[in-house]
Write a protein that binds this ligand. Structure first.
Ligand SMILES: [Fe+2]
Ligand SMILES: [Fe+2]
Length: 205
């Protein structure tokens, strides 16, 4: 019998842009703690509730930014009003995501990874997601700035910059939603199984 190291094929299958949820071997806990049970479970403590509320905020911001962009592209939102609605929300999303990923990478993931070795591979994937999301964040910021500059130019340039931004932000937001769902499916069942106090992630004060 041999033990095989997960190869690049496995890494690629689980890449953020490609996967649609976790494979069977990473569903050992979510199979026991399905989403419908989360809210009523006694072990869903303050840390998990706060963390889930951050994820809910990211989903809301993503939906708002999509809506503002589609209204602008449909002509329902005049170019003069677009930046006032668009810039603060995108700026807030990017800065909050950056902080959120740092806390996960440096504080929470090491604790969760050590708690259950069966899930360790999942945390490698989630960390990889953060890198992929940061590349998409940079592209989104770049194309958003080009789009804002193009508001002052001709229609052809504006259309092209709008397409570039739509491609970049489309990839970012799609990947982000996939990441949030999968991250919750890995982490919440672990918290419900062990409890925040035992894991060492309980909020104090
Ligand atoms: Fe994350
Ligand atoms: Fe997260």
């Amino acid at each position: 019998m041999t033990v095989e190291t997960p190869g690049s094929a496995d890494t690629e299958t689980l890449a953020l842009a490609r996967r649609s949820g976790w494979p069977e071997e990473l569903r050992v806990l979510i199979a026991r703690y399905p989403r419908e049970q989360w809210q009523a479970h006694a072990n869903l403590g303050e840390m998990a509730r706060f963390w889930l509320s951050r994820h809910a905020m990211f989903r809301e911001l993503a939906a708002m930014i999509r809506e503002i962009e589609s209204q602008f592209r449909d002509g329902a939102l005049p170019p003069a009003e677009f930046p006032r609605l668009f810039v603060p929300r995108l700026q807030f999303l990017l800065s909050q995501l950056n902080a959120h990923h740092q806390i996960e990478d440096y504080h929470y993931f090491p604790i969760f990874r050590a708690a259950d070795c069966r899930l360790a591979r999942g945390f490698d994937v989630l960390e990889g997601d953060h890198h992929a999301i940061h590349i998409d964040m940079a592209r989104t910021a770049e194309t958003a700035n080009a789009l804002l500059r193009a508001l002052l130019g001709d229609a052809e340039g504006l259309r092209r910059c709008g397409d570039d931004y739509a491609n970049a932000s489309g990839a970012l937001l799609k990947g982000l939603i996939r990441h949030l769902d999968d991250e919750e499916d890995l982490i919440v069942p672990l918290i419900l199984d062990r409890g925040e106090g035992a894991l060492g992630v309980a909020h104090h004060g």
